[in-house]
Design a protein around this ligand. Structure first.
Ligand SMILES: [Zn+2]
Length: 82
């Protein structure tokens, strides 16, 4: 499911309160992608379990250089179960 407009506004407000400049080109013009992405977690022993724990992340794309920044949505105030 795509992020709602309200969820994207919550993310934008949270990120505005932090340093919002791109680490590559220093521009401050970002787009929040509609979809969230996940990273599969891996144990220190090196094993990966398909369908195991994952971290949902917002994708923020720099409109100038295309740099993509991923942010754990739980820390941005987004609950994927809402
Ligand atoms: Zn950039």
């Amino acid at each position: 499911m795509a992020l709602t407009t309200s969820q994207k506004e919550t993310i934008a407000e949270k990120l505005k309160s932090i340093n919002g400049s791109c680490p590559i080109c220093t521009h401050r013009n970002w787009t929040i992608s509609d979809e969230i992405v996940t990273a599969t977690t891996v144990s220190l022993g090196g094993s990966t379990v398909m369908g195991g724990p994952f971290m949902p992340m917002a994708q923020i794309v720099c409109n100038n250089c295309g740099f993509v920044s991923h942010h754990a949505i739980a820390l941005l105030g987004i609950n994927i179960n809402d």
